[in-house]
Design a protein around this ligand. Structure first.
Ligand code: 5GP
Length: 363
């Protein structure tokens, strides 16, 4: 449906390295093949493969990291990812990424993040707002006029905020380093912390000290929660932590499901990602239905547009067709996400205005 593309949308669960264009990955693979670092034919089919298990996904992430993790490439993919979201009328994206260290190329977690910031600065196709305005001080570099947003002719504008991800492979000290970095980078748009990475690796107690510290210091936290079956204890501990949002929530049952419902913690829903990695026999069994019907806060997200060959518009289309939701309901779903963003109240206010003016145009 065209309206899924045209209406303004908010993306709250997108991993930078999962959102790289296939064409870029192939180009990077070709370059490395020329240097003899890898054999192109070996990686081409991995990149272009459509259906993959969760295990295969994490293997592909390791390959993607080989292809992308130098400063210039991190800058490039950040720029492209933001441009791609803006081109489908995403007006606010919270991009998450795992700061990476690589002594061989002089990369620290900080220099990795600086490369990301350079990517945001180098976007030319659209206007990017990623520097939070200081208390009471209007952001002079860019004032997003609501009339300009989602106007087919005007230049597109997008808010970008960043979440730093802790990878479940990391130690407590490494997780703490990421949180410290996030605190130091608040003035360039870092608003929170994410816990992600292979869900069958690592223990909650390893990350808890860093997550607690993040919370104490005023960073907002989202957790990948209930991604794999039989993690009752971890799910419980995660819900007790009271994160500001959780991602996926595919395998939460019984008491924990009740706890989630009464907590009203917003859930980031990634339909295509969940279906592609076989979390459900088919989409009608997806917990979106239960959450949506009971008016639990939910937001449709992409997870990894590159990895799962999707886009936020496609996710909206999929939800509309699979769950029989109409144009008004889908517009409202997009608008509701305004209340779950980690950016400050000024941004929220602006987003509300964007949806109000879009409502007149689209409804
Ligand atoms: P990056 O943080 O390197 O920019 O983005 C890729 C990383 O995001 C992956 O290596 C993984 O740690 C995390 N990630 C991406 N998609 C998923 C997912 O569906 N589940 C989990 N748990 N982690 C993911």
């Amino acid at each position: 449906e065209e309206w899924c593309l045209l209406q303004p949308k908010i993306e709250l669960h997108a991993h930078l390295n999962g959102s790289v264009r296939d064409s870029t990955l192939l180009e990077l693979a070709r370059n490395l093949a020329e240097k003899g670092v890898l054999v192109f034919a070996d990686v081409e089919h991995v990149i272009l493969k459509d259906d993959r298990s969760l295990v295969e996904c994490f293997k592909l992430f390791d390959l993607i990291h080989v292809l992308t993790t130098d400063h210039a490439t991190v800058t490039r993919i950040t720029k492209e990812v933001v441009e791609d979201f803006a081109s489908e009328n995403v007006v606010y994206v919270e991009l998450r990424t795992t700061p990476k260290k690589n002594a061989a190329i002089g990369m620290t977690k900080r220099s990795y993040m600086e490369a990301v910031i350079n990517g945001l600065r180098s976007v030319e196709a659209v206007d990017v707002d990623f520097i939070p305005s200081k208390m009471g001080q209007k952001n002079s570099t860019m004032n997003l006029s609501t009339d300009d947003m989602c106007n087919g002719t005007a230049r597109k504008k997008i808010y970008v905020r960043l979440l730093l991800s802790i990878d479940r492979r990391e130690t407590t000290a490494a997780a703490m380093e990421t949180v410290q970095l996030a605190l130091e980078m608040r003035d360039v748009g870092v608003v929170g912390i994410d816990l992600s990475g292979n869900p069958i690796i690592g223990e909650w107690v390893t990350f808890l000290p860093a997550l607690k510290y993040a919370k104490e210091q005023g960073l907002l936290v989202t957790l990948h929660c209930g991604e794999v079956p039989d993690r009752k204890e971890e799910v419980n501990a995660m819900l007790d932590f009271l994160p500001q949002r959780i991602g996926h929530a595919c395998f939460i049952h019984g008491e924990e499901w009740i706890k989630l419902k009464s907590s009203k913690i917003p859930v980031e829903i990634c339909l295509t990602s969940n279906i592609r990695t076989d979390r459900f026999p088919s989409i009608e069994y997806h917990h979106f239905v239960d959450l949506y019907k009971s008016k639990h806060p939910v937001v449709l997200c992409t997870d990894d547009v590159g990895m799962f060959s999707t886009s936020l518009s496609k996710e909206y289309n999929l939800a509309a067709s699979a769950f029989g939701l109409g144009k008004e309901e889908m517009f409202q779903l997009a608008r509701d996400a305004t209340e779950f963003v980690f950016a400050d109240d000024d941004v929220k206010k602006n987003l509300r205005e964007i949806f109000d003016s879009a409502e007149k145009k689209f409804m």
